[in-house]
Ligand binder design. Structure first.
Ligand code: PMP
Length: 421
């Protein structure tokens, strides 16, 4: 690698840059579950664009639809004008996602990021209920804008706000105290006690699996209890499916296995299919109390993303094949992690579908494992409050052979780091 190719990043790009520090190379091309750098070195991807590339890099089916659309001068930028691309996407959402699951939601196109969707959801919940507070959970991550940060747990991220983060109350996520249902008992108690100091909130916002927070899994019964608790008190339930939606845990929505129907759902990352920016807010029809244009954004009509989103829904969600394959591949990962767990001291493993985590008692080891893996051709990132968890997030379309190849590198990485090799 020539010096000029690397120094421009250090010289010109803000200190805020992150991933390029963990992965100090210059990436050039990618397909499926593999990226290549400018020296031609290949990397297997167990990161998947932080969940934005569930269908892999440059997925050929999506690429073809995108190229065709661009070639025929389809609308690229459309605000919220009615376009053919948006019409076809809405049909696909209705026919392939909502109707088969018996879900009745209106669809909002906020700005294209996850944080945009979360901001819209919080605003809507406050507008509809006339209340100000939001309950969120320990270790939650919902984005970097002020509203989304106010419901995010991580102290360092919160500190970046520079202003007090208000009107949000943290509650213990499932398993926070290692004491089962008492976590929910606390929430229930403070909501019903007029002297608890907690006002009835507009909404509760929750991730079914906390991706950034350390791959923490909420049990289905905990989510059901939360949903019941909300509906009995007129509190809106927002499920943030920005990272765990679009099949990451198996089913299209991460909350399906719990059998709950949130009032509002946020989607982004893989909804655009191709890694193109796009987000959706789904809301029960009676909650659609927006005035026209009350919430808007210049880039809420990314029509090329609508094309790849629609194609992804048609190609991967017309039947349950992807869901079944994700669950099957997830079982392969689980087996490998259990083997590692049995052989290495000081770790624990957890996961669902194709999101898994290895938590290290010694937090510093997780970063070392990711570094060792990078040097040996595997991209993995850490998560959790102390970056103590190695997070596995391969594309759902990864082949079995690639998955096993990555798991072998990971196993070697954990062993090498654990034994100080
Ligand atoms: N919600 C969740 C659950 C997320 O994981 C993320 C991103 N990691 C966001 C919201 C924010 O999405 P974005 O970075 O696109 O703003």
């Amino acid at each position: 690698m020539t010096t000029t190719e690397t120094t421009i990043f250090e010289a010109l790009e803000s200190n805020v840059r992150g991933y390029c520090r963990a992965w100090p190379t210059v990436f050039d091309t990618a397909s499926g579950a593999r990226l290549r750098d400018i020296d031609g070195k290949e990397y297997l991807d167990f990161f998947a664009g932080a969940g934005a590339l569930n269908y892999g890099h440059n997925n050929p089916v999506l690429k073809e639809a995108l190229l065709e659309y661009i070639a025929r001068d389809g609308i690229t930028h459309g605000l919220d004008m009615s376009t053919v691309a948006k019409r076809d996407l809405l049909h696909a959402v209705q026919d392939l996602i909502l109707a088969p699951r018996g879900l009745d939601y209106k669809v909002q196109f906020p700005g294209p990021t996850g944080a945009n969707a979360v901001e819209a959801a919080l605003k809507l919940a406050r507008k509809v209920t006339g209340r100000t507070d939001i309950i969120h959970f320990t270790n939650a991550f919902h984005g970097m804008t002020l509203g989304a940060l106010s419901v995010t747990g991580n102290a360092a991220k919160r500190a970046g706000a520079g202003v007090p983060l208000v009107h949000a109350t943290p509650m213990p996520y499932d398993g926070y105290f290692d004491t089962g249902d008492t976590d929910m008992a606390w929430i229930e108690r403070v909501l019903d006690d007029t002297s608890s100091g907690i006002d009835t909130p507009a909404a509760v916002i929750v991730e079914s699996v906390q991706g950034e927070g350390g791959v923490n899994l909420a049990r289905p019964e905990w989510l059901r209890h939360l949903a019941q608790l909300c509906s009995a008190r007129g509190i809106l339930l927002i499920v943030d499916d920005v990272q765990m939606g679009c099949g990451r845990t198996g089913p299209f929505f991460s909350f399906e296995s719990a059998g709950i129907v949130p009032d509002i759902v946020t989607l982004s990352k893989s909804i655009g299919g191709y890694g193109l920016p796009m987000a959706l807010v789904l809301m029960k029809p009676e909650l659609d109390q927006w005035a026209p244009g009350e919430h808007n954004g210049t880039f809420r009509g990314n029509n090329p993303a609508f094309v790849t989103a629609r194609t992804a829904l048609e190609h991967y969600w017309a039947d349950n094949m992807l869901e079944l394959s994700t669950l099957r591949k997830g079982a392969l990962v689980r087996e490998a992690l259990l083997r590692i767990d049995a052989e290495v001291d000081g770790i624990s493993t957890r996961g669902r579908g194709l999101v898994h985590g290895i938590a290290f008692d010694d937090a510093s080891l997780a970063g070392k494992v990711c570094q060792w893996a990078f040097e040996n051709g595997l991209l993995l990132e850490t998560s959790g409050p102390c970056d103590e968890v190695v997070k596995l997030l391969p594309p759902l379309t990864i082949t079995d052979a690639e998955l096993i190849e990555g798991l072998d590198i990971l196993t070697a990485a954990v062993t090498a780091v654990g034994t100080g090799e």
